[in-house]
Design a protein around this ligand. Structure first.
Ligand code: MSP
Length: 618
């Protein structure tokens, strides 16, 4: 691959690492270190900081706020937690891989809200570029019609999956375009954009030039297994190489920036190998944001889309402006991404932000892939799993729970329907659902569905409460560290401990004995129901609907459930006299396909499935 600067547009220079560019204009030619670049249009230099200042200031932006495990503590203000999913390409409707990041982000957002923070949960769609234009053409619609349709399909899926996002940004939104242009101008005015010829192998699916060394036989992209195409273009480039030292320093002095920690090694490896400038415009792509003052080029889709994390922060009602968006919550506390887009988020994006004088996000977490037969599930490979089918068949809670519990967050995970059904039945229907159901059944039979004791009194002198408290603490620790599977495991363990307790104490026989035994049995029921309430509060980030149904069965209203905070995972909320609702299964057992197939496609079989689903939704 070659990166040739065109001499007509800029002067070739040497020694570029040695000095940061000056910001002064020089009769149309900007003198940048030992480079001479043409000035690219009118930029308000008052607005734009010099590169040296920008890099320094961005790093120095921090002292006003203290970074605590991925969140920003702003003195005297409500704590804000801004988290983002990637903005999804709209070349095709969402698949389970895209849904996975969003489900995880939603669980984290809900957990942070339980902690009492002001959460801004950002998601959206990435709608420009060659890949999208080609998809629109193939579907016989205009790019904007195509984007409207696919973007909408994401919103529909998020609704079905109970995704509680606060902002949905589309990169075709006007406010976004204005902010991208302003950002571009800042970087330009910092002397970090120059024009050059580029020749290399391009993967349209990755929207990225590839290094030949990374490619498989026939120049195939290892991710998409499709040949990369040779391209030669005259583009604008971003001077990434200038930020080599700043990035090295940032990463080594912010050990929590990249998670899980094994991703850090990968990123450090890229940086140490030497950062190359990358092209940030395309002359051959019409479907994009025009480069300010050069209508012959559009802004490279990544240089455009990453800005969505900032433009999402601006209010729709406001005249969009970069600084105002930044003031509304930047930097993000957490970017949640898949490992394939780590380089863009851990290298390109921080350098772009430094160049524009903006703060770097607190944390980038690169999760693994959902795979099918060991290959990344993806739209380009066509080996996807339809999340809508899964939700319609099994319900949102089951889908959310399975992927968060089954896949260690950060690692890859394979899907199998058999495993899906087994896990969800065992954990949600049996451990949690049955325990609640049989306890409520006993309470109805023996105590008219009314709690005879305060839970705090019922548990006096009993170590059960301590076991629950320890497990809740563990769950909190895991949530905070984004170990979502371990958080689920700790909460489920409360259910296991509860089932063991019931089996050991057998309140059904104690009730028969009467007297003091009966009193002990009544206390046991209160203890289990309080544990169920705690499970519901703690698991609500993962399975919100199921947890609401548990709360309802325990006699709470929707408003009361919505007001739950992490403090409610403490023992003692259930009081004597509370009347429980009619016991209904909160989570119906699912059949796996094989069972369904055995029943054939008879009407009876189908109706049974629908009935079961109805029960789940009750
Ligand atoms: N548009 C870019 C992101 C721009 S962010 C400013 C993009 N889009 S994508 O639709 O291709 O991918 C979005 C996310 O989905 C990525 O984090 C990617 O890792 C994730 N996944 C896509 N397939 C996946 C799996 N099979 N498994 C898990 N996540 C995967 O990249």
């Amino acid at each position: 691959m070659q990166n040739k600067r065109s001499e007509s547009d800029l002067c070739v220079a040497s020694n570029r690492e040695q000095s940061f560019p000056s910001s002064g204009n020089d009769g149309g030619i900007r003198r940048i270190g030992s480079y001479h670049l043409r000035a690219f249009g009118e930029v308000d230099t008052e607005l734009v900081p010099s590169l040296a200042m920008a890099a320094g200031r961005a790093l120095l932006c921090r002292p006003q706020s203290e970074v605590v495990s991925g969140e920003v503590k702003t003195s005297g203000k409500e704590e804000t937690f801004v988290l983002t999913t990637p903005l999804y390409y709209v070349n095709a409707p969402p698949h389970m891989g895209s849904a996975y990041t969003t489900i995880a982000a939603d669980a984290i957002a809900r957990f942070q809200r339980l902690l009492g923070k002001r959460v801004v949960f950002i998601t959206g769609t990435d709608e420009h570029g060659e890949k999208i234009a080609a998809a629109a053409e193939a579907s016989g619609s205009s790019p904007s019609e195509h984007c409207d349709t696919i973007s909408q399909s994401y919103k529909i899926l998020w609704k079905e999956l109970d995704i509680s996002y606060d902002k949905f940004i589309r990169t075709t939104d006007q406010k976004h375009e204005a902010i991208v242009k302003e950002f571009y101008s800042r970087v330009l005015n910092n002397g970090d954009i120059y024009r050059a010829d580029y020749e290399g192998l391009y993967c349209v699916n990755c929207e990225e030039y590839k290094d030949e060394k990374e490619l498989l036989e026939n120049n195939c992209c290892p991710m998409h297994l499709k040949p990369c195409v040779p391209r030669k273009e005259d583009n604008y480039f971003f001077a990434l190489s200038k930020y080599q030292k700043a990035l090295e320093d940032y990463i080594s002095s912010n050990p929590d920036f990249l998670k899980p920690s094994f991703r850090l090694n990968e990123v450090q490896g890229w940086i140490t190998n030497g950062l190359k400038d990358f092209s940030i415009s395309r002359s051959s792509v019409e479907w994009g944001i025009p480069v300010p003052n050069d209508k012959t080029q559009t802004i490279y889709v990544w240089f455009d889309a990453l800005l969505g994390y900032i433009s999402a922060l601006s209010e729709d009602s406001e005249q969009s402006n970069l600084q105002q968006a930044v003031n509304s919550g930047w930097p993000a506390s957490l970017h949640l991404i898949g490992k394939d887009i780590l380089r863009f988020h851990a290298v390109y994006w921080p350098a772009m932000l430094l160049s524009a004088g903006l703060s770097i996000p607190n944390m980038v977490f690169g999760h693994g892939f959902l795979t099918k037969d060991g290959m990344k599930m993806g739209k380009s490979l066509g080996n996807t799993l339809e999340p809508m089918d899964l939700v319609q068949k099994f319900g949102a809670d089951a889908v959310r729970y399975f992927f968060l519990r089954e896949v260690e967050f950060g690692n890859d995970g394979d899907y199998s329907e058999e495993r899906f059904v087994n896990i969800v039945n065992a954990h949600l229907a049996n451990t949690i659902g049955n325990l609640l159901n049989r306890t409520l059944g006993l309470l109805k039979k023996n105590c008219q569905s009314t709690l005879p004791y305060d839970s705090i009194f019922a548990v006096e002198g009993n170590s059960f409460k301590d076991s629950v408290s320890q497990l809740v603490e563990k769950a909190k620790y895991h949530y905070e560290n984004l170990s979502l599977s371990s958080a689920c495991e700790s909460i489920l363990e409360i259910g296991n401990v509860g089932n063991l307790y019931m089996d050991k104490n057998a309140p059904w026989s104690r009730f028969k004995q009467g007297g003091a035994s009966s009193e002990m049995a009544a206390k046991d029921l209160v203890i289990i129901l309080e544990a169920m309430r705690i499970i519901a509060a703690a698991l609500s980030p993962v399975t919100p609907s199921l947890c609401f149904r548990i709360y309802s069965q325990l006699g709470f209203s929707k408003e009361q459930f919505e007001a739950v905070t992490w403090d409610d995972t403490r023992w003692g909320e259930l009081r004597a006299g509370r009347v429980m609702a009619e016991a209904k299964p909160v989570f119906a057992k699912m059949e796996n396909n094989q069972d369904g197939d055995k029943k054939g496609s008879s009407k009876e079989g189908k109706n049974k499935k629908i009935l079961r689903q109805g029960l789940v939704e009750a």
